[in-house]
Design a protein around this ligand. Structure first.
Ligand code: SF4
Length: 289
């Protein structure tokens, strides 16, 4: 039995958006059905319970057939396994009927629209760009709530440079968000901050068993970052088609690879922005305690 609890399946390395803040590296490569089946049949049973599955990309809904295959196979071999599906949202209508039958799927949508807000358990990945005024951020949060979103995953832009003034502004942004969340809670209509239930050794990325589109298995989806491309072998564990021979751990841990891959000023910015997010979460936890 392995220690990992999260299985990340990179269904495609493609994305049809090119968000300026996105650190991902893109390739014209999709996962084969064989690699998908091998990962679910061979890796999932070896993971520590309770395991979760993340259907990832790129933009995973560029391959709705693979999303459907993964959910159908999970329903057969490991029903009720929680599944996360991060997406920009454009492809959601193509899987509406499928998602309606699978309430254990948490859709993380980065562009909030009214349609996606109706999905059970939907989470809004709420990005905070450098330099946004606190009132504007609070206004976006209120607008998303009006659309029906009640679960939020807050993400300051990572792996971009924040100036000291922008970082100070980020602290004010989080203070404003705490006020809004506090008002909702006091009014008996609290929102859920999903960040409070997630932990990782690196900002933004996840530790776990990560099956890339080519079936190779890594210890973190940090391997998807463009800047990590030259170091990706250090995170490699093996191949999904040979699950019995996966290495117990990679040659280097994700935090070290992160350190060696990004320019020092970008890393310093990322850590500072992440520290503001951590302080925001701690303050919310203190209120809840
Ligand atoms: S993967 Fe997500 S953040 Fe990156 S370009 Fe695509 S939609 Fe934007």
């Amino acid at each position: 039995m392995r220690t990992e609890r999260l299985l990340v399946l990179v269904l495609t390395r493609r994305c049809d958006r090119k968000c300026g803040y996105c650190p991902q590296g893109f390739d014209d490569a999709d996962m084969s059905e064989g690699a998908l089946d091998a990962a679910l049949d061979g890796l999932l049973p070896r993971m520590a319970p309770p395991a979760r599955v993340k259907l990832f990309g790129g933009e995973p809904l560029l391959r709705p057939d693979l999303v459907k295959r993964a959910l159908d196979r999970l329903a057969a071999v490991a029903p009720r396994t929680p599944v996360e599906l991060p997406t920009h949202g454009k492809g959601l209508p193509a899987v509406e009927a499928l998602l309606a039958r699978r309430p254990e799927v948490e859709v993380f949508v980065s562009r909030p629209d009214a349609w996606a807000a109706r999905l059970p358990g939907v989470v809004h990945n709420f990005l905070i760009p450098p330099g946004e005024a606190p009132a504007a951020t609070a206004g976006r949060l209120a607008a998303a709530r009006k659309l029906g979103y009640v679960r939020f995953n807050f993400l300051p832009a990572y792996f971009v440079a924040w100036t000291p003034e922008q970082l100070k502004g980020l602290a004010s942004v989080f203070a404003g968000l705490r006020l809004v969340l506090g008002r909702w809670a006091a009014a008996g209509a609290p929102a859920e901050v999903v960040n409070l239930s997630r932990r990782s050794s690196t900002p933004l990325y996840n530790d776990g068993l990560v099956v890339d589109a080519d079936g190779e298995v890594y210890s973190s989806n940090l391997v998807l970052a463009e800047a990590v491309r030259p170091h990706r072998r250090l995170l490699r564990l093996g191949s999904a088609v040979d699950p019995g021979r996966l290495a117990a751990r990679p040659a280097a841990d994700a935090a070290q690879v992160l350190q060696d891959s990004f320019p020092a000023e970008v890393l310093a910015s990322t850590r500072a922005a992440d520290a503001e997010l951590t302080a925001f979460c701690r303050a919310l936890e203190e209120v809840r305690a």
